[in-house]
Structure formats: C-alpha cells, structure tokens
Design a protein around this ligand. Structure first.
Ligand SMILES: *Cc1c(COP(=O)(O)O)cnc(C)c1O
Length: 652
C-alpha cells in the first residue's frame, strides 16, 4: 500500500457509517492523528498530512488492521442490489456525529437502516439534510439553552449524487440537492434546499429539524415527500414499496399518484398506489399527530388539483379528521392511502386501533414492537464478553445464544457492570464536575422532557427522596438527562426544576443532571445505569427504546407497564411500577410516585443486601429480553409481516 492508497482506504472506512457499529473500525478511525470524540472521521481523514500518512504506513500493525477493515467493508457491500423499499423519515439517528435526529423517532430510523444492512434488505432511506441539525443543549441560568451547530455535509461523509430535484410549492418550484450517506449497504438519501437557485427563504427550508412555524414544517414535509419520491426516481430506483416512519413523509403519495393517474381518476390512482404504501404510527396521543390548518394547506394542494383536474376539496378530504374539520391530518392521510398500518408495541397497537377507529379511518392497525440495534448500543467491552460467552449471534437476537448467559458468572458480570459505571462516572465528572460513588446503585432516567413522561415525579415527595439520597448504608445516585423541544415551555420548566433540585443541598451530590443528551451520552448512560427508570402516564409511551438499550447492557428496568415493557415484563426480568387508574391526575401522580419509591426501596435492598440475586435477575433479563429487544428482530418482523406481503401485492 502506498500513501494515496492508504488515504483512499481510510476515507472509505470513514465515509461508510458501518464504523458506527463495528467497534474495531471505530477504534481504528478514532486513533488517527487529529481524531477527537467530537470530530467526524471523514474530516479527520481529509486533514491527514503526507507526513502523517507516511508515519502510519510505517506501522505494520496499523496497515494490517486497515486491510482487515477494508475487506470487512467489501464483504458488507458485496452483491449490490437496487432498492425496492424506501424508508421515509424526517430524522435519522446514525451517530452523534451526524446530527440529523432529535430523539427516539430518529434513533429508531437509524437503527432500522443498520439492521436492514445486516439483513441485506433492498432498502434505501429518504430524509432531509438539515444544515443546523437539531440543537445542542447547554444549561445556562439553571435551565435549557439551545445552540445550533452548522454542519457541512461533506465533512460528515455525505456524497453529492449530482441529482437535483424540483418540488412544487405555492407559486414557485423549489430545488433540492440529493446527498447520499452510506450506512453499511444502505444508501440514505437526504434532500437539501440550501442551493443558489432558490430564494433566500427557500434555501432555509431544510435549515433545522422541528424548528420554525407550521408553514415552515409544511414546506419541509412537501420537500421530504414529493422531493423524496423524485430523488429515488432520478437515481433510477422506482421502489415499489414506501414505508412512512410516522406521517411526516405522507406527501410522497402526491407524487406517486401523479405517476399513475389517468384522466383525472383520483380514486383509481389511489387504489394503484395503495398496495405499496405502508405506515408506522408512533404516537397514541391525538395532539402528537402532525396536522396543518386547512387554510394553510389548500395552496399546497392546488397545483396538484389543477394537474389532475380534480376539485381541491377532494384532495384535502384525504387528510380529513372527522373530529376536527379545520385541519389536514397527516396520520389520517397515511391511514387512508396505505395498505398496512402498525403501531410500535402491542399496547400501542391496541390504543391506535381505538384512536383511529374513533376517527372513522383505521381499525386495521397491527403492531410491531420497536427494537434497538445491538452492535450500536452495547458497549464494546460488553460486546466482547457476549461474543465470547454467547457467540456472535446474540446481536441478531438468537434465543439459543442468549440461553447461554449462565456462562457469564458473577465475577465477570460484576466486572462488566463495574466497567460500564466507571465509563459513566468519567462522563459525569467531565460534564458536571461530580463524582459517581462506585458503591452507589446508579439509577438513570433520560428522555425528552415532555410532560407525560413525568421527569419530576420523584420530586413530588422531597422527604422520601431525601431519605434515599442521605442513606449512607445503601448509597444511590440518580442521573437525569434529556432535552425539551425548544418551543415547549412546559418541558423547559421541568428541566429547570430537575436542574434546580440537582444543585440544591437536598440532592447531596447524588442526584445529577447530565446536560447535552445525544446518542453519545445516551450510549454511556444506558450502559452505566444499574436501573433504568421510566414513569410515563400509561398508555402514552408508544414503545420507548432507551430501556431496551439498558437491558442489553445489563441494566434492569424499573418501569410503568407501558410501551415495550408492558409486553416483555415477566415478573422477574426487572420491576414494574404499578399504575393507578385514578382519573384525577394529581391523585394518580401521587399513587404512582408512592409505587416508584416502594419499588426503589426493594431494589436498593436487593442490590446492597443480596448481590447474587441482583445478578441472577440481570441474567434472567438477558435471557428473556435479548431475543426480543433487538432491531434485528424488529426488521425481521417488518420483513415478514410488512415488506414481503407489500412486495407481493405490488407484483400482482
Ligand atoms: C434511544 C434514544 C431515545 C429514545 O428513548 P426513549 O426511551 O424512547 O425515550 C431518545 N434520544 C436518544 C439520544 C436516544 O439514544
């Protein structure tokens, strides 16, 4: 290998995001000169000087690892196929260094692509490229402040496909460049309106994720849906199946209809696109569904109505919500046009059937429970132990592999947990200056600060909380993290309350708020916490996935029986917080807070008094949850229950 060949090889390894789930490749890239946890490897590799490359060439072991990684990458990329399934989402969480996600929906989408790559599915992702991503959270004056980074697509490995598509918006056409980000075998197409050809206003359409007003959001969703379909077609990928990850990309239907409509027969065109359109809903709360006021919506539908010589009312009726005449509802649109719809846990499926049947549009909602991508979310040291004791198939959720957990005996288990907490201790000390007592039971709580997630439930009973925090014989440390949507004042007030408590004397330096929740700190936190706490108002947590990440790392869930936990808790693989059926929210919060404290009391007793039983519970959790919480299982379910039938429908 000569110096240009080495440079080229390193660039290939950095630009394909397979490194986000190949620990050896990640380690290699992050050992390069100039590397830092906050720098995308593509930018590090671009800056390598010829002297540095020559030095690296002189290191035989290094060159050998590069060759090994390249052949692993080539094996992943072998036998390329044309995508048949387009997975459309407003956000994708591939890694903290690719800031194109806000939270759970995006992280799920990223995990879906990675598991699809592992499974060699003919799938492509479709989304938007946001120049300023979501936001970085800083804590200032006791509350959340937002900082928007500016990202250069090239510096994070995006490749310019050369394709520019045009999207009709009221009174003008807007251009969008199509970037491609490689996620193993999976191409992720991201549309970007920041082009000279567009007006200043339109250049800003893809500026921020979930920023701006309704108008702005509507512009974004038109670019995502219509532009997404055009991007796929321009690359020659006439994907027969389109999967809407939440309703945001629903306008893809406009372009798909446009391709098949003949003589203005809208109903016939809808029946033609229906077999290939599938939809996953992610919220059981009507207020969580994206909708646009009719007056705002009509001008966006008019160009299509004109093209098809159809009354615009007929188009706007596609998004009609019988409970709210004034809005165009994106879930209603998706449900009316798709041939399949599912929720993201069994309980959420049930709730969705009720919700949408009430709207008169969908009682055919099934469910596929969310999972997490094991090789992304399990700490590398724990992955090695699993590979050794269980065999590498553990990461695909193979039950036979997980049945071997008894091979991980108490000593090794204690070492795994110690290492994971120590890593969390380093992060806490770096970000807050606080220390984590190695003897403490670490209780983690990290999620979006939406009121239904009740981040402040424990603070309702300060005396009981203080009693836990002051107990020197059974030490505990709570670690909280999470962002509030920038326009959610209630969520921000909750953050301020948690931050305020964490710095009060009552917190005894054993209740810490970790600022800047992102995929990187999430990875450290879900692995380092011994107990993962979750106390939403049931049944508003559609699935939740952070608890699944914790479970794989040997953290035990202590949760209300909502989302994924409602179907996977078996009485011994974690703990259930009992939920109250009180109608009065105050009384309900009080009853459920009492249950949280009671449960934490028994957990602390077991942890500090009977560690073998605690370890037994971890092994039991691994055995029962390992086969069920992975994205490998989830994507397998999507393949057999959704993609294969949809592909068959589109062929007949
Ligand atoms: C996993 C993850 C989430 C989603 O977790 P929930 O349990 O659904 O709240 C959100 N944000 C980040 C950064 C994550 O890694």
């Amino acid at each position: 290998m000569d110096s240009p060949a080495l440079h080229e090889a390193l660039h290939r390894l950095a630009a394909n995001h397979r490194w986000t789930w190949a620990p050896s490749c990640r380690q290699l890239l992050f050992s390069l000169p100039g590397a830092a946890p906050t720098r995308h490897p593509v930018s590090v590799v671009s800056d390598l000087t010829s002297e540095q490359l020559d030095d690296l060439l002189g290191d035989g072991a290094f060159v050998e690892s590069v060759s090994v990684e390249i052949s692993d990458l080539d094996a992943v990329l072998a036998d390329p196929v044309t995508p048949e399934i387009a997975y459309c989402s407003p956000e994708f969480g591939i890694d903290a260094l690719v800031p194109q996600y806000a939270g759970g929906l995006g992280v799920l989408a990223g995990d879906h692509l990675k598991a699809a790559s592992d499974r060699r599915l003919p799938l492509a992702g479709v989304g938007l490229f946001y120049r300023h991503g979501y936001f970085d959270q800083v804590i200032a004056d006791g509350g959340q402040a937002e900082h928007y980074p500016t990202v250069d697509p090239v510096q994070l490995g995006a490749i310019d496909t050369g394709v520019v598509v045009s999207v009709p918006l009221p009174g003008r056409d807007v251009d969008a460049r199509v970037w491609r980000i490689d996620v193993g075998r999976i191409p992720l197409l991201l549309l970007d309106t920041n082009l000279e050809a567009n007006s200043e206003h339109d250049r800003g359409i893809t500026d921020r994720l979930y920023g701006g007003d309704r108008h702005h959001r509507l512009d974004q969703e038109m670019v995502l849906g219509v532009g997404g379909a055009r991007a796929l077609a321009s690359l020659g990928w006439l994907t027969p199946v389109h999967h809407l990850n939440e309703g945001h990309a629903g306008f893809i239907a406009l372009e798909l209809i446009d391709r098949v409509i003949e003589g203005g027969d809208l109903d016939a065109a809808i029946e033609q696109i229906r077999p290939g359109l599938v939809f996953t809903t992610h919220t059981p709360v009507p207020a969580g569904i994206d909708c646009f006021h009719r007056d705002l919506m009509i001008p966006y539908l008019e160009p299509w109505a004109e093209r098809w010589a159809a009354p615009v009312e007929k188009l706007s009726a596609l998004g009609h919500d019988p409970g709210d005449d004034s809005h165009f509802n994106m879930a209603a649109l998706a449900l009316r046009l798709a041939s399949h719809a599912n929720g993201v846990s069994k309980l959420h499926g049930e709730v969705s059937r009720g919700l949408f049947a009430g709207m008169g549009i969908g009682d055919q909602v099934t469910s596929i429970t969310n999972g997490v991508h094991a090789r992304t979310w399990v700490l590398p040291q724990i992955q090695s132990v699993f590979d050794d004791a269980l065999g590498p198939e553990w990461a695909d959720g193979d039950p036979a592999a997980w049945d071997r957990v008894s091979k991980i005996e108490d000593d090794r288990l204690a070492a795994i947990r110690y290492g994971a907490s120590a890593r969390l201790g380093e992060l806490i000390s770096a970000r807050t200056g606080r220390a984590l007592d190695p003897d403490a039971l670490v209780i983690g709580f990290a999620r979006r600060f939406a009121p239904y997630k009740r981040a402040t439930l424990l603070l309702r009973d300060p005396d009981r909380l203080r009693h836990l925090l002051d107990d020197t014989t059974r030490p505990v440390h709570f670690v909280f993290a999470g962002k509030a949507h920038p326009q959610d004042d209630m969520g921000k007030a909750l953050i301020a309350e948690v931050v305020g408590f964490s710095w009060s004397p009552a917190a005894n330096e054993r209740f810490t708020f970790l600022p800047g929740y992102d995929m990187e700190s999430a990875g450290v936190l879900v692995a380092g916490a011994d107990i993962w706490l979750n106390n939403p108002i049931r049944p508003r947590e559609a699935s939740g996935t952070s608890g699944e990440k914790a479970a794989l790392n040997g953290g035990l869930n202590c949760s209300i029986l909502d989302g994924w936990w409602a179907e996977m808790y078996d009485g011994a693989n974690g703990w259930a917080i009992s939920s109250s059926d009180e109608d009065d929210q105050e009384l309900r919060d009080e009853a459920e807070a009492t249950s949280v404290f009671d449960t934490l009391g028994s957990i602390l007793e077991m942890y500090h008094g009977d560690r073998p039983s605690f370890h037994g519970r971890i092994r039991h959790a691994w055995r029962t949850l390992g086969p069920r919480v992975t994205a490998a299982r989830m994507v397998r379910d999507y393949t057999t229950e959704v993609y294969d039938p949809a592909l068959a429908r589109t062929r007949s």
